[in-house]
Structure formats: C-alpha cells, structure tokens
Design a protein around this ligand. Structure first.
Ligand SMILES: *[C@@H]1O[C@H](CO)[C@@H](O)[C@H](O)[C@H]1NC(C)=O
Ligand SMILES: *[C@@H]1O[C@H](CO)[C@@H](O)[C@H](O)[C@H]1NC(C)=O
Ligand SMILES: *[C@@H]1O[C@H](CO)[C@@H](O)[C@H](O)[C@H]1NC(C)=O
Ligand SMILES: *[C@@H]1O[C@H](CO)[C@@H](O)[C@H](O)[C@H]1NC(C)=O
Length: 227
C-alpha cells in the first residue's frame, strides 16, 4: 500500500507534466474567475509589457548616449589626422620659448654652463649649439641679445689636432665668416655678445644658444601640438 501510494505520488507530477509545463494554462484558469478579474489581469499584463518596453527603450537610448561621445571623438581624431597631413605643413612655428630667426628656432638659455655641458643640453632638446652661416645671421642673432653684459656659447671650438676653428657639424670656419677676438688655442670655445665674437676657455661658465632647423621643427613638433 505504502509503496503504491508513493508510486502514485511520484508519478503524479510526471503525468500532469505536459499540462503544468505550459505556462498559459494557469493564468487561463485564473482568468476564468470573473470578467472583471480577467480585465484587471489583462490590464496589468499590458502594464508590465509596457513597463518592459519603456525600460528596454530607456536602457537602449542610455547605451547609445554613452557610445556617442566615443564615436564623436573618433571622428574628431580622424579629422585631426587629416588636418595634420594636409594643412599642418603650412603652419611653421617654433616651440614655445624658442625665437624664430629666418629658417631657425633659437633658444637662449637662462642658466650658465661650461661649453661641453651647453653642447649636451642642446642635444637633450633635440637641437644643437648655434651654427652661424654668415655675418647677416650673426647680426640677426645679436639683435635678439638685449643685454650687453650677457654672452652665449655657440657651436664652434678650437680643434688642436687640426689647428683650426671647427663647427660642431664638422666643418671648419671659413676665414671671412666671423672675426673671432681672442686666442686660437687648446681648449678654446667661441661665444657671442651683443656686439662681438670671442674666444674663451671652454671650462668658463656662460649662457648658450640652441638651434633647431624650422623644417625639422615641422616634422618633429606637429604631432605634439595637436595633443
Ligand atoms: C591618428 O594618428 C595617430 C598617429 O599619428 C594614431 O595613433 C591614431 O590612431 C589616429 N587616429 C585615427 C582616428 O585615425
Ligand atoms: C664637461 O666637462 C667637465 C669637466 O671636464 C666634466 O666634469 C663634465 O662631466 C663634462 N660634461 C659632459 C656633459 O660631458
Ligand atoms: C656647418 O655649419 C656652418 C656654419 O653654419 C656652415 O657654414 C657649414 O656649411 C655647415 N656644414 C655642414 C656640413 O652642414
Ligand atoms: C670641441 O668640439 C668637439 C665636437 O665638435 C668635441 O668633441 C671636443 O671635445 C671639443 N673640444 C673641447 C676642448 O671642448
């Protein structure tokens, strides 16, 4: 008897499985209570569906709002890249604090250093100590020096082995370019003042001038300037 009862109980759910597994059967039964009850149920069902739709719609629009800025930013990036490649070459400017003289950007240091440290400082700024092509360039550079008492190292020193003044680009000074006041001897480096060009011990501490070619500046600086 007990075993039969248990069997019956166990099999009951199995038998009624297909009926109860259809979810519509239960509400249908309940909905048959009264027309009002049925109407109320339908209304609340409609309400729930509406609510689900509204929530879905809201979350979708929020999601699209969150995505829009990044899409916009992306298109701005593309525009900037286009601008970079098409328009940027016309905008030749020296970096901030650098002064433009013809095709060069010059940086006048505020601190003092021996010549070798000045040379090293310009390298760290992706530039070189000033090279002066001719008297015109010398005059244009000197016009930017507003204090008679201040002097600046340039990229010219004495090569003992070659017994000649040598620019840091490897060329020798041609005789008529600059008139250097002072000795041409071992450990001599060249500085300029507002009015003159002098030779001095390289270990002397002075201000200095770094230069960048403007064409190099164009390639070097344009990507940064957009950041
Ligand atoms: C713009 O160019 C930079 C490098 O110049 C690149 O890293 C970036 O992905 C580019 N942006 C777009 C949107 O193409
Ligand atoms: C410059 O020379 C001084 C003295 O000879 C030395 O101590 C210093 O390290 C040198 N600087 C560089 C950048 O080589
Ligand atoms: C090195 O610089 C000097 C001074 O500006 C210039 O006269 C010379 O032509 C340059 N040499 C090279 C190889 O660029
Ligand atoms: C002169 O400059 C050259 C680089 O052009 C450098 O190797 C050399 O050490 C310098 N001489 C002195 C005395 O600083």
């Amino acid at each position: 008897m007990d075993q039969q009862m248990m069997y019956a109980e166990l099999t009951l759910p199995k038998d009624s499985g297909p009926e109860s597994s259809s979810p519509s059967s239960l509400p249908r039964d309940v909905c048959q209570g009264s027309p009002w009850h049925q109407f109320a149920l339908k209304l609340s069902c409609a309400g729930i569906i509406l609510l689900v739709l509204v929530v879905t719609g809201l979350s979708l629009s929020v999601a699209s709002l969150l995505q829009k800025p990044s899409i916009g930013k992306c298109s701005v990036d593309i525009q900037q890249n286009r601008t970079k490649t098409t328009e940027r070459p016309d905008l030749l400017n020296c970096p901030i604090y650098w002064k433009q003289v013809q095709e060069k950007c010059l940086l006048f240091s505020h601190t003092v250093n021996p010549w070798n440290n000045s040379l090293a400082d310009c390298s760290t700024k992706e530039s070189s100590l000033l090279l002066i092509q001719d008297k015109d360039e010398l005059t244009r550079t000197q016009n930017l020096i507003h204090d008679k008492a201040i002097s600046f190292w340039i990229g010219l020193n004495f090569s003992l082995s070659e017994k000649n003044w040598k620019w840091i680009n490897g060329s020798f000074l041609s005789s008529n370019d600059l008139k250097i006041t002072g000795d041409a001897k071992e450990n001599s480096c060249v500085y300029i003042s507002q009015t003159s060009v002098y030779s001095e011990y390289c270990s002397t501490e002075m201000k200095w001038i770094c230069q960048k070619e403007l064409t190099l500046v164009r390639n070097k600086v344009s990507p940064d300037s957009w950041l």
